[in-house]
Design a protein around this ligand. Structure first.
Ligand code: GAR
Length: 208
């Protein structure tokens, strides 16, 4: 059973999808700990209800990004994870931190990468007049939201949709693809090599 540490900052609905899949015996792994940079994150409650350990590493308790990431790394490594899953973790990580977990850290991002890296992805897609939007699961590299994409899900944007409607439509897909990719990782089917994502020994094509 692979050991998974999940990092969150908020509601934790993606965390819930992982917890549900794990409790149904369909993840091939166990969420051993959930760490938040926000003490008030509802996802911490979801973790407690599921019996996972929790920890808070608060932004304001550290003088700089390096000190924060060092503290976070210490806590994560205490759980000896096979995989670190970012699930709505809204903080930029230092290159040293990212390198430490290279090939064993995943992120879910609410856009069809490489489109709309960063924040406010739904608003930007609506404002651009896109008819299609979605979510991407990717390996984390030093380039923000720039690591190799493993799987994407697409949803339509309809005339007159607002940000909340699009976000909700995308989230449903996030909850499907993140557990699936996590399962691939836990089953040893997924790897990152030469900056590319590989599934079952096949290089996944770059997106875009
Ligand atoms: C999700 O939409 C996730 O893709 C996004 O935050 C939301 C978290 O929701 N992540 C990012 O924007 C990362 N840059 P959740 O807390 O309910 O899982």
């Amino acid at each position: 059973m692979k050991r998974i540490v999940v990092l969150i900052s908020g509601s934790g609905s993606n965390l819930q999808a992982l917890l549900d899949c794990a409790s149904a015996g369909q993840l091939g792994g166990e969420v051993v700990a959930v760490i938040s940079n926000k003490a008030e994150a509802y996802g911490l409650e979801r973790a407690r209800l599921a019996g996972a350990a929790t920890a808070v590493v608060a932004n304001g308790d550290y003088p700089d990004r390096e000190a924060f990431d060092a503290a976070l790394m210490d806590i994560i490594d205490g759980y000896q994870p096979d995989l670190v899953a970012l699930a709505g973790f809204m903080r930029i990580l230092t290159p040293g931190f990212v390198r430490h977990y290279q090939g064993r850290m995943l992120n879910i991002h609410p856009s069809l990468l490489p489109k709309y890296q960063g924040l406010h992805t739904h608003r930007r897609a609506i404002e651009a007049g896109d008819g299609e939007h979605g979510a991407s699961v990717h390996f984390v590299t030093e380039e923000l939201d720039g690591g190799p994409v493993i799987l994407q899900a697409r949803v339509p944007i309809f005339e007159g949709d607002d940000e909340a409607q699009v976000a909700a439509r995308v989230l449903v897909q996030e909850h499907a693809i993140y557990p699936l990719v996590t399962r691939w990782f836990c089953e040893g089917r997924l790897a990152m090599q030469d900056g590319k994502a590989w599934l079952d020994g096949h290089e996944l094509p770059p997106q875009g």
